[in-house]
Design a protein around this ligand. Structure first.
Ligand code: FAD
Ligand code: DHB
Length: 389
């Protein structure tokens, strides 16, 4: 099979890119290792910046987002017994929208057939070939047969563990990494949220986040040691811990209910600066990871594909390759600022095992400063709503 752009991965970055290209009549194919149900079952991000919701609107796939998304004009930073509201609407004139990554993915998958966007699910052994030559291709196996897709370009949208980044030779690689000594244990449950807006809390018992998906569905996370496994946590133990951290500071207190999902995600900062190699372009988690504090991961995937789709559209419409030449530099400028914000908020809000009393005093002083300074709140708010494209 021949196409113009072969896209590896049907997460948010691959699906958004496919739709943006199809909207301009550019042929492309998305190749995904997992089944549709598996991709839709992964509970991940929940907070969308306007750059992400604007893309959904531009694509005309925002009906459910408009009907079900929760517009948030503020969020909270808290310590053990004190809560500071960051009024993002007043400080920036913008808002964020609570709408789960699974719903974004579902909307994009549902619209794909009508928009002529083919998605091959359960494609095994995906391999990239000749990415630095004039005729790159992808191979994969499905139903016992090997398939080849020849393309002008390959877009690596296959997340942190996918094959695209690994197709770039070692001599071309520039990468930066920081791992954190804890993970986030998350729980999703059909219970009302403990507070009208999100709370990121740095408590004496460790970090916790109270989030939501709707007025009747809550999403919570707590910081856990990297050695913990989900099996170490009964639902009751996790609800006890959440109640201990949020009952003193939230409006309604924690309501308990059966878990729809529980999982642990490690925290990492990672930037793979070689986002272009020949005819291969990386976007989203394949090129960078942020710790989830700050909710930047999915939104960065959206800004990458906004730049990349503009560049590919200019290439096909006008033979103008300046966007393709500038893609890496443009994307990295925004990525590094989101990396900085996510790292800053992670350091401010978590208990690090290596920290002593002094570092803890520094966190307390910084949170006090946030509480008292509109300038500091504005800096946090403008990063949280998302820096401009
Ligand atoms: P992904 O969503 O990872 O999509 C990549 C796709 O490529 C996947 O569907 C994968 O199956 C596919 N793929 C992988 N290998 C292959 C292959 N060999 N062949 C074909 N396809 C392949 N962000 C937040 O903002 N808040 C959060 O709470 C949050 N929680 C997270 C929890 C976890 C466990 C993880 C992993 C990430 C989380 N993130 C969160 C980050 C956010 O979900 C990601 O930034 C976002 O999913 C990036 O989208 P993507 O399309 O680039 O990558
Ligand atoms: C959610 C996840 C985040 O990482 C975050 O910063 C805010 C909300 C969530 O899953 O709802």
């Amino acid at each position: 099979m021949k196409t113009k752009v072969a896209i590896v991965g049907a997460g948010p970055s691959g699906l958004l890119l496919g739709h943006l290209l199809r909207a301009e009549g550019i042929d492309c194919v998305v190749v995904e290792r997992q089944s549709r149900d598996y991709v839709l079952g992964r509970i991940r991000a929940g907070v969308l910046e306007t750059i992400t919701t604007d893309l959904m609107t531009r694509l005309g796939v925002d009906a459910r987002l408009k009907a079900e998304g929760l517009i948030e004009g503020g969020f909270n930073l808290a310590s053990t017994n004190h809560i500071v509201r960051i009024d993002i609407a007043a400080l920036t004139g913008k808002h964020v929208t609570v709408y789960g990554q699974t719903e974004v993915t579902r909307d994009l998958m549902d619209a794909a057939p009508d928009r002529g966007l083919p998605i091959v699910f359960e494609a095994k052994d995906v391999a990239l070939h000749d990415v630095d030559g004039a005729a790159p291709s992808l191979t994969y196996s499905k139903d016992g047969e090997t398939h080849r897709i020849e393309a002008d370009f390959i877009a690596g949208c296959d997340g942190f563990h996918g094959p695209s980044r690994k197709a770039i030779p070692a001599h071309a690689v520039r990468e930066y990494e920081r791992e954190y000594p804890f993970g986030w244990l998350g729980i999703l449950a059909d219970v009302p949220p403990c507070h009208p807006e999100l709370i990121y809390a740095n408590t004496d018992r460790g970090f916790a986040l109270a989030s939501m998906r709707s007025a009747t569905r809550s999403r919570y996370y707590i910081q856990v040691p990297l050695t913990d496994r989900v099996e170490d946590w009964s639902e009751d133990r996790l609800w006890d811990e959440l109640a201990a951290r949020f009952d003193p500071i939230s409006d309604n207190g924690v309501t308990r209910g059966p878990a729809l999902e529980m999982s642990i995600a490690p925290l990492r900062s990672y930037v793979f600066e070689t986002m272009r190699h020949g005819r291969l372009f990386l976007a989203g988690d394949s090129a960078h990871i942020v710790p989830p504090t700050g909710a930047k991961g999915l939104n960065l995937a959206a800004s990458d594909v906004a730049y990349l789709s503009d560049a590919l559209i200019a290439h096909y419409a006008r033979g103008d390759d300046r966007g393709l030449e500038q893609y890496q530099a443009k994307a990295l400028a925004r990525i590094w600022k989101a990396e900085r914000f996510s790292w800053f908020l992670t350091k401010l809000m978590h208990r690090f095992p290596e920290d002593g009393a002094f570092e803890h005093r520094m966190q307390t002083a910084e949170l006090d400063y946030v509480a008292s300074s509109e300038a500091m709140q504005t800096a946090i708010a403008e990063n949280y709503v998302g820096l401009p494209l």
